[in-house]
Design a protein around this ligand. Sequence first.
Ligand SMILES: Cc1ncc(COP(=O)(O)O)c(C=O)c1O
Length: 382
Amino acid sequence: MNYIYLDNASTSYPKAPTVGPAMEKFINTSSININRGSYAPAYDVEEIVFSTRQTLCKMMNGYDEQYVTFTQNVTMSLNMALQGLLKAGDHVLISGMEHNAVLRPLTYLTGKGISYDIIPCTSNGSIQIDSITEPIKPSTAAIIINHASNVCGTVQDISTIGSICKNHDLLFIVDSAQTAGILPIDIKASYIDALCFTGHKGLMGPQGIGGIILSPTAATSIEPLIYGGTGSYSDVLTMPLIFPDRLEPGTLNLPGIIGLHESLRYIQDVGIDAIHQKELDLTQQFLQGIKNIPTLRIVGKEDLDNRVAVVSVTCEEKDNAHIAYQLESEYNILTRVGLHCAPLAHQTLGTYPTGTIRFSFGYRNTINDIDTAIMALHQLIK
Ligand SMILES: Cc1ncc(COP(=O)(O)O)c(C=O)c1O
């Protein structure tokens, strides 16, 4: 790519180095399906799928690899969690920083008798922890939280929120779109019942693969979102009770899982802490370099505490979309402009409806990329 890619919150690029070759090899040399034919090559592929579940379970400290189920992306995982765990009459709490991947299914569910309240956040996007318990009612069934904001990078304290859920007997559903592969996540210590993840962002895998990791409690009560063949219990016309089959009807995205298997290996080799540190170093460099541009406002936190490498800015005197266009056309820098599918977060941050220009850095960006972006902003916004 002849661009400086600063849109890693949308999808990471480049992917982990062996993702592409492994997927290509699978497609070109075997492409065997699993859970159907009982021949040796199918078991070889099944082993990779199992090992990918095991790695994810271990990485996120889940309860058991059987509760790691694959989906297309975090949006599908959140739909599975919300539509499969909630029932008419339930009330839930969400934060003021949620993505439409939570808000749209919830809006649909309000038509099915489910209601929700919004836990307020500060103007930098942090959940006000003391405001969580007040709106809890007898009908409250769950709290759904975006671990880190895709607009301004603010990270929420999921271990404290998880403890509140545990104390109030609430399910805890976490959208880890911006943190899986970047920040340590501990399902057991944070009392998470449904960790929803996507494979193509911080996990550095391909698009089209994601998943959900359930607690045993959530696994007992979740209803499938999609029904169909699993290659198991074929004489029974209801979905199997065993996991992961219960939530995985139809042929899995095997090339996607194989790509994810490779990217997880890469992340383990590099180390999540090293990835996060490098991304924070890039963020620090960027924040430092742009803070003196008079008409450019950094939206959300201006420090490195509890954040990921997503930085939003808005220009008071020029049109954000025009600046993003100039970044691309004059400097080959790719960013994202607008509401980033998170209008509620922009309301919280005071940038609705204009939105922001978002710069999001990945492990494979360089200091040079950041310096070029800083220089471009200084030249474009004088
Ligand atoms: C916080 C958050 N949730 C959900 C999503 C949706 O991710 P996906 O498109 O992989 O389902 C995104 C990414 O755009 C996100 O940043």
